[in-house]
Ligand binder design. Structure first.
Ligand code: SF4
Length: 321
């Protein structure tokens, strides 16, 4: 796909869970209601719960561009609202989901941190999506705050209330994703806290289809973030039961590598840039005119294959050779 800096679209990018996913990025970098300690996008610059039109969207052009991309792409398995921050902060998301549904039968997914789902207008907006994937990293209020560093009004309870509100009004699929971090939310106590939160009177557990147990791609170097030991993930999986699935990073990487064989040019461009001076993912994204989510996927493979390194400076990762 030809890059256009003003386009809302990026990809399709590959992942095992979504196959080839065409991303729609509704939020300018990096506006979010959270500032997660593991966020690969970098530090949140504007932490907010304000829902508004964050980008000027011409709906006619949006449809034309989407049709063009679908016609030119070999394969798109999902159209995914995600991006450079929390997508449900954009109050146009409902109209855009409906526009996508008017054009194609490709399933629509919304990847959210769940902070806005206790608001009726947000639930109404995502109601026509086929899948809503919600991050749920906190097993209790303290751990939630420690990992996700949310806007002060957001609590674990408000997130759980939001999942219940969604499940009462929504016919699509709901997945949860837990980013499991060593010594924070990976112990047996945490596992039982998660189970309690999901089973409490409201029975969230019955309404969700899957719980993905994810781990940070690499120990991020942030003081607090380390990959958990396999046994503690297994324990979490056992406690959470059959809906819990461990995301296997190796097969994820194999899947992404195949996709990137077609995309070697982007790797070369990143390496050329990093040769000249250390740069953050955001700086690379701006310099190459490629969406930051695509850059992050590529950086992940470059790191894995030891083709690039990073160092931390003021909580930002700088990539270099
Ligand atoms: S919710 Fe997502 S985008 Fe926001 S800080 Fe956390 S990981 Fe980053």
């Amino acid at each position: 796909m030809k890059e256009d800096k003003n386009s809302l679209f990026y990809g399709p990018v590959a992942s095992r869970r979504f196959g080839y996913s065409l991303g729609i990025d509704l939020i300018p970098y990096k506006i979010c209601s959270f500032d997660c300690i593991y966020c690969q996008l970098g530090k949140t610059t504007i932490k907010t719960l304000d829902r508004k039109k964050y980008k000027k969207i011409d709906f006619r052009n949006f449809r034309i561009e989407l049709k063009k991309i679908i016609n030119c792409s070999e394969r798109i398995d999902y159209i995914t609202f995600s991006g450079s921050g929390e997508p449900t902060l954009n109050s146009d998301i409902g109209l855009l989901i409906d526009s996508v549904k008017d054009i194609t039968n490709i399933p629509v997914a919304v990847l959210t941190n769940g902070s806005m789902l206790n608001k009726k207008d947000t639930v109404k907006d995502v109601i026509n999506a086929d899948l809503v994937k919600i991050s749920l990293d906190g097993c209790n209020e303290n751990i939630f705050k420690k990992i996700n560093r949310p806007c002060s009004e957001v609590t674990l309870k408000s997130i759980l209330d939001g999942i219940i509100l969604l499940s009462q009004n929504y016919k699509g699929r709901i997945w949860l994703e837990i980013m499991v971090l060593r010594n924070i939310n990976d112990g047996l106590n945490a596992a039982f806290d998660f189970k309690k939160a999901l089973l409490q009177d409201n029975k969230i557990y019955d309404k969700i289809e899957k719980i993905h147990l994810n781990t940070p791609v690499r120990p991020s170097g942030f003081q607090e973030v380390f990959t958990p030991f396999t046994e503690s993930i297994r324990a979490l999986k056992d406690v959470l039961g059959e809906k819990a699935q461990v995301i296997n990073q190796i097969s994820e990487d194999v899947f992404i590598s195949k996709y990137h064989e077609k995309n070697e040019k982007l790797e070369e461009r990143i390496i050329e840039l990093a040769k000249r001076r250390p740069a953050t993912a955001k700086e690379i994204s701006i310099a190459l005119g490629v969406n930051i989510n695509e850059i992050i996927k590529c950086l992940r493979l470059l790191l894995k294959n030891d083709k690039i390194k990073y160092k931390l400076y003021r909580n930002n990762r700088y990539y270099y050779l």
